[in-house]
Design a protein around this ligand. Structure first.
Ligand code: 3H9
Length: 697
């Protein structure tokens, strides 16, 4: 299929981009556009050219896939194409509807005139990919809309409707209805009136107080840019538009910055995340057009922290939700906590008082299963114990209407066993929310052996309505996220025995970028949570090694922040983690009992051991088919475990280090005195990919 069409209407040539899904400006489209342009230039009957996209998209910009290949530099590049348009002798009119983003907007900025539908979506979102607009956007947009407006758009990557910029030189006219006819009429008009070609590059680019303004902007952005170099480079490039002696000098500065940014690991990570977020909802054997069940009402079993957070998630999406508890006091406590959470959002100005009332009205407390029988989905969030789950699911099976989805929020238990407590295992699915459920974006969707395809499709769609990022996981202990974190925590524990302290481990991995180190995280989540799981594991596998230090900590009631003591000590009303000599003594004792002579472990080794512990388990999860793709594992860690965005997720990070190096380091750890050699045996998939010089992603 042709990526663009060329048609002549009287004295006007129309070049229509038609390259689904988003008119990405890959090599094929660039060539087609330049061919069309050359043809129109050469045809004496043609006096003006209209460049148009589809109703949904003018162009979403450069084809992001090309950034990892030489195609991006193949002629005609986007620069060549834009330059050819701008220097052409016949007026070129960009006719814009839908998304006009990145290189798409830069293409339009190179045209002599632009008309748009008022709701066209305008953006230079390159910064979100760790880049800056690299085809003249930082030079032309300030000339079209003013330096400050342009800088705001470029640094934020925000999308605005064309209407918002209608008073600037960006648009010559807005068109109400039929864009194609409007464009032809506009072209006829400029020909009739003999209006000269306008080139944005010829406009001045000034700011009354440039130096102070850019200094202010840099100061403002520096604190929020974190590990990402792009936002500051965006400012430098826009500053170059003002300070460079010529337009071309500014353009050269922009090109240089783009060439630098495109090869940074931060940009590669963000590009990986862009595609990973879109891949995550694709389930190979569940086509996108699989019919779904309507979800108009929901119910949650359990009004504890998780149940309450899940109920809030539904209410926030406008879906009426019942919350069921066995005891009235527990129900009242749960509802009071929900109200308190909403009230604190009101205090912070994040929610209006009306909205609070509306959301509370959507949450119906009940003590009676009969009240929830007509809910379209019910999510169980009770105590993490198989017998308790059994009782709940038998009850749900008895009362819920046919076709209702029966979901469990279990974080580790076997969803197939839970499904088997019912006579309708095809309606059972895991929906593993992360705490606080109303805040965290991640939602692991656990697909049981018998989960029906339409149930899976329904919860994937529901996740979107609830503004969650769903990742499909197969059934295993801990699914994707917790199964991996278990290995990470075990390794952190192992390093305590070998000579490190909780604060050193936490600081090392936090400096590397994790939002929280393993010990601070455990103190926040509650050390008793892991203890409960460990006790179940000890019972199931009596020969398994004990986590002596962590167990003793819990035996002393040091459950974390909620008890004022955990791996650290806490003061009332203060979440700061203070190192505690009692914990250090506990560690020293455990080392002595184990006959381990402590050694100094440097921060680099701490980071490698923690992250590679995740990676090795991730490789097993991938090979077993528990995760559909490596990038799904990255999504879990980025959205549920505070993994640093600029590193792209554990599997992507391993790819950037190189799997050969990762496997080699694992073997080195296995050889260390007293090491758990089995733990550090590279997973077969990792070994294979490393040997073949391949990557996970
Ligand atoms: C750039 O322009 C650099 C230049 O300054 C300089 C160059 C020298 N490329 O999001 P959706 C795919 S950088 C390749 O689900 P929506 C996407 O992967 C670029 N593919 O749809 C998906 O594929 P699949 C700056 C792209 O309707 C499909 O299209 N531009 C691109 O929810 C549908 O996407 C941006 O950053 C692309 N540029 O939203 C804009 N864009 O079906 C990025 C999309 O296989 N794009 N795909 O999963 C967007 O923000 C949204 O896609 C958009 C549509 C709002 C356009």
């Amino acid at each position: 299929m042709s990526v663009s069409h060329y048609r002549v209407h009287g004295q006007i040539a129309v070049i229509a981009m038609n390259h689904p899904p988003v008119n990405g400006l890959g090599l094929a489209l660039r060539r087609a556009l330049l061919d069309g342009l050359d043809r129109a230039e050469a045809d004496p009957a043609v006096r003006a050219i209209v460049l148009i996209g589809t109703d949904k998209v003018f162009s979403a910009g450069a084809d992001i896939h090309e950034f990892n290949s030489p195609l991006m530099r193949a002629e005609p590049t986007l620069h060549t194409l834009i330059d050819a348009i701008e220097r052409g002798t016949k007026p070129v009119i960009a006719a814009i509807a839908g998304a006009c983003m990145g290189g798409g907007l830069e293409l339009a900025l190179g045209c002599h005139f632009r008309i748009a539908r008022a709701d066209a979506q305008i953006a230079l979102p390159e910064v979100k990919l760790g880049l800056l607009p690299g085809a003249g956007g930082t030079q032309r947009l300030p000339r079209a809309v003013g330096v400050e407006t342009a800088l705001n758009l470029i640094v934020s990557g925000a999308t605005v409707p064309a209407q918002q910029l209608s008073q600037t030189a960006l648009f010559d006219a807005l068109v109400a209805d039929d864009l194609a006819s409007g464009a032809l009429a506009f072209a006829e008009k400029i020909l009739a009136e003999g209006i000269a070609l306008k080139r944005i590059r010829d406009l001045p680019c000034t700011h009354p107080d440039a130096e102070a303004y850019f200094q202010f902007a840099r100061h403002h952005v520096r604190s929020s840019a974190g590990a990402f170099p792009a936002p500051l480079k965006c400012i430098d490039a826009v500053a170059a538009a003002v300070t460079s002696p010529t337009f071309d000098a500014g353009l050269a500065a922009e090109r240089e910055a783009f060439a630098y940014l495109v090869q940074t690991p931060e940009s590669k990570a963000l590009r990986h995340v862009f595609f990973a977020e879109r891949a995550v909802t694709k389930i190979p054997d569940v086509p996108e057009d699989t019919p779904t069940r309507p979800i108009k009402t929901a119910a949650v079993i359990g009004a504890g922290t998780m149940g309450g957070g899940i109920a809030m998630t539904f209410a926030n999406a406008g879906i009426p939700v019942s919350v069921l508890e066995i005891k009235a006091e527990a129900l009242e406590r749960g509802l009071a906590t929900i109200r308190k959470n909403y009230e604190s959002q009101v205090k912070k100005g994040k929610l209006g008082a009306d909205a609070l009332a509306a959301r509370m009205a959507l949450i119906q407390p009940t003590l009676d299963y009969a009240h929830i029988r007509d809910a379209d989905i019910v999510i169980e969030a009770v105590f993490e114990d198989m017998d308790v789950k059994k009782a709940v699911f038998e009850k749900l099976d008895a009362v819920m209407k046919p076709g209702a989805i029966l979901a469990t929020n279990t974080s580790t238990l076997d969803v197939n066993r839970i499904a088997a407590f019912t006579t309708r295992p095809e309606d059972v699915v895991g929906t593993h929310f992360f705490s606080p459920a109303n805040v965290m974006r991640l939602l692991e969707i656990v697909r049981g052996e018998k989960t029906a395809k339409d149930v899976l499709a329904t919860v994937m769609k529901l996740a979107k309505t609830l503004k969650k990022l769903p990742v499909v996981a197969g059934v295993c202990d801990g699914f994707i996220g917790n199964r991996m974190i278990h290995r990470y925590s075990a390794e952190a524990m192992r390093m305590l025995l070998e000579g490190a302290l909780p604060q050193q481990i936490d600081q090392a991995i936090e400096r590397w970028g994790m939002a929280m180190g393993p010990f601070r995280m455990s103190d926040l989540a509650g050390n008793d949570v892991g203890w409960l799981i460990r006790k179940r594991h000890y019972a199931e596998r009596p020969q398994m090694p004990r986590a002596v230090i962590a167990d003793r900590l819990c035996e002393r009631g040091r459950f974390g922040q909620k008890t004022g003591k955990g791996w650290y000590a806490y003061r009332t009303g203060d979440r700061t983690a203070y190192p505690d000599p009692e914990v250090e003594q506990l560690i020293v004792d455990a080392r002595r009992e184990a006959g381990i002579a402590p050694r100094r472990i440097d921060d680099g080794e701490i980071v490698e051991r923690l992250i590679y512990a995740l990676v090795n388990e991730g490789a097993r999860i991938l090979e077993e088919g528990i995760a559909l793709r490596a990038s799904d594992i990255d999504m879990v860690y980025l959205n549920g475990y505070g993994f640093p965005l600029h590193r792209g997720g554990p599997m992507f990070y391993a790819d950037t280090v190189g799997l050969y190096t990762v496997a080699r380091r694992m073997r080195a750890f296995a050889r260390q005195p007293g090491a758990d050699a089995a733990f550090w045996t590279p997973a077969p998939l990792l070994e294979r990919l490393a040997a073949e010089g391949k990557t996970f992603n």
